[in-house]
Ligand binder design. Structure first.
Ligand code: 3PG
Length: 216
């Protein structure tokens, strides 16, 4: 796949998602019911973070048992994480950052990938490796929409998926920015709801969010 085709693929995947929940799964048995709950609420594109011991198996279970879900891997910190994501059949990869080692590995990989950036220099490194679709992280903490607009000045063609501090109250405002393809965050899958197995609550919250963001 050419670099441009790969960038087009990740851009379309993120754009169609509208919202990408950032999932931290502590117990393997939660993976499939959680994915089903999100999909039932209209949220199909899921980022399973490599933050727990069961993350890889959780992603595999979702891919095997919830075919409607588009499962990607997040918290990719290095080339090894990227290789794990690719090997387990992830549809995309996302990183909170952009080290030269990771960018090089991602450029050589077939996996559609969005590196994370919070500054102009990080963005320039990402662009130098061919990545113009990035995660803006941590979005609110790194300056919010004002910072994003400032970055859009010199970097006109860059498209972003902001995450960090985004929730029901501000998701629509972020989505209204012309260079924002989708928003990400953990608010649609609160740890307490996952622990309690409140799948119906997660579905209801997703359905509400999708309805309001699609009409926005
Ligand atoms: C991420 O990795 O994108 C963040 O952990 C999500 O941030 P949030 O928990 O503030 O939504």
């Amino acid at each position: 796949m050419t670099e441009t085709a790969k960038q087009h693929q990740i851009a379309e995947l993120i754009r169609q998602a509208i919202v990408i929940p950032v999932l931290t799964i502590e117990r393997l048995e939660d993976a499939v019911p959680l994915a089903k709950a999100l999909v039932a609420g209209g949220v199909r594109t899921l980022e399973v973070t490599l933050r727990t011991a069961v993350a890889v198996d959780a992603a595999k279970a979702m891919i095997a048992e919830v075919p409607e879900a588009i499962v990607g891997i997040g918290t990719i910190l290095n080339g090894d994480d990227l290789a794990r994501a690719e090997a387990l059949g992830a549809r995309f990869g996302i990183s909170p950052g952009a080290t030269p080692e990771l960018l090089k590995a991602a450029a050589a990989s077939r996996l559609p990938f969005a590196p994370g950036i919070a500054t102009a220099s990080e963005l320039m490194q990402a662009l130098a490796h061919g990545f113009d679709v990035v995660k803006f992280f941590p979005a609110e903490q790194a300056g919010g929409i004002k910072a994003l607009r400032a970055l859009a000045g010199p970097f006109r063609n860059v498209r972003v998926c902001p995450t960090g501090g985004i929730g029901e109250a501000n998701a629509a405002t972020w989505l209204a920015e012309p260079n924002v393809l989708a928003v990400g965050g953990s608010w649609l899958c609160p740890a307490a709801d996952i622990r309690a197995g409140n799948w119906a609550g997660i579905t209801a919250m997703c359905a509400r969010a999708m309805k309001s963001l699609k009409s926005g």
